[in-house]
Design a protein around this ligand. Structure first.
Ligand SMILES: Cc1ncc(COP(=O)(O)OP(=O)(O)O)c(N)n1
Ligand code: TZP
Ligand code: MG
Length: 355
């Protein structure tokens, strides 16, 4: 191994051992000071010492000489969301991932220098997988994802005639059982959409519902909505994610199984599937029908909301295709008693099959 290669290898081993030890310590602090879990704390401390002892087999002066933090280009490479942790669950999850990745790096590059080091690190890595899983499971799931998984009725509304009427309608819909509400209004100005979204986001939090802005990730961000819904021709999921970060919801419209598969690959949190039937709100050249829903139900693990012309007269065709989540507009907007329509839709949908 050339001098240059050896130095680079020690530099990698130095950086990765620091990263692994920091990740283990981050997990250990929660197990110790939040969970008061003696067994988990002791295991994480033991792993940390095993890693330190294994890395101690390497010449420390050589490792330190290879360190060059000012010259580390990686310190300049940032992604918008890496400085964002909206929950302790995401802190612990990030520490667990960072630790596992770093231990794998030490193990692989360590094999070129000291096989005993590599095997000791391998054992530490397997122990880390186990304790990290237990620690993550001890934390409340990110509430937004949990509420999304439990959602079955999603209603799209417009901005209404004024803020007071909009607020009253939104609160009434959540209180009657709507799980997810989306503001979709092409006729409203940005200012109106922002103001309505901020109000709806607040009411959603008060009522335990989710609030989504249609199309506009910027407005979703500015109003602190729970997320954004984008179509195939709008901002790609990855770009919406850069704006909203890892803990907001991004929904994507899908019209084919390939688009649904792409939505999973692109990191969408849920999908809209349609338009299923002809409806009263938006017209299309073609309708996907229940057959597309059957394909999604058979294959796609993301929460999938059927949309397009769905109401109580055809809901059985949706649930019969295996989809127990729907997004509607007219079925509630045009009902004589919207609250009763919501209650009946929820009753007919039952508890969603949590995917
Ligand atoms: C839940 C849900 N599903 C689908 C859509 C349709 O979105 P899109 O295809 O972008 O069309 P517009 O709603 O923007 O006209 C949706 N909004 N919500
Ligand atoms: C926005 C949208 N995208 C596909 S169908 C649709 C309209 C849904 O409204 P309705 O439930 O009244 O058909
Ligand atoms: Mg759209």
């Amino acid at each position: 191994m050339t001098e240059k290669t050896l130095r680079a290898t020690y530099r990698i081993l130095d950086a990765s051992s620091n990263r692994a030890l920091e990740g283990l310590r981050t997990m250990e602090e929660w197990a110790r000071f939040a969970n008061d879990d003696h067994e988990m704390s002791a295991e994480l401390k033991s792993i940390r010492h095993c890693v330190a002892n294994a890395v101690g087999r390497l010449p420390r002066s050589t490792m330190l000489a290879a360190r060059d933090t000012p010259g580390d280009v990686g310190t300049e490479i940032t992604v918008p969301t890496e400085m964002m942790r909206s929950s302790v669950a995401s802190v612990v999850a990030a520490a667990a991932a960072r630790t596992a990745q770093s231990l794998r790096v030490i193990e692989e590059y360590g094999k070129t220098i000291d096989g005993q080091l590599a095997s000791e690190i391998e054992r530490a890595r397997y122990r880390t997988y186990t304790v990290a899983a237990l620690l993550e499971l001890s934390l409340p799931a990110d509430d937004r994802q949990r509420r999304l998984a439990a959602s079955s009725l999603y209603v799209l509304v417009d901005a209404g005639v004024d803020e007071a009427a909009f607020s009253e309608s939104v609160r009434g819909l959540y209180q009657s059982g709507v799980d997810v509400l989306q503001l979709r209004d092409r006729s409203a100005s940005d200012r109106t959409l922002l103001q309505r979204s901020a109000v709806a986001a607040l009411i959603a939090r008060q009522c335990g519902g989710l609030f989504i802005v249609n199309d506009r990730a910027d407005l979703a961000f500015a109003s602190d909505a729970d997320g954004v819904h984008v179509g195939q021709e709008e901002l790609p999921v990855a770009d919406a994610r850069r704006i909203l970060g890892p803990d907001k919801l991004i929904g994507l419209s899908t019209h084919s199984i390939d688009q649904a598969r792409d939505a999973v690959a692109d990191g969408a949190d849920y999908i809209g599937c349609g338009p299923v039937f002809a409806g009263r709100t938006k017209t299309f050249d073609r309708y996907v029908g229940p057959a597309f829903l059957q394909q999604v139900s058979a294959e796609i693990e993301l929460p999938a909301f059927a949309i397009g012309g769905i109401d109580l007269t055809n809901l059985d065709q949706v649930t019969g295709a295996g989809i127990h989540r729907v997004a509607v507009t007219g079925a509630v907007r045009d009902a004589d008693d919207p609250a009763e329509a919501v209650a009946e839709l929820k009753r007919r949908l039952g508890k969603p099959v949590t995917k």
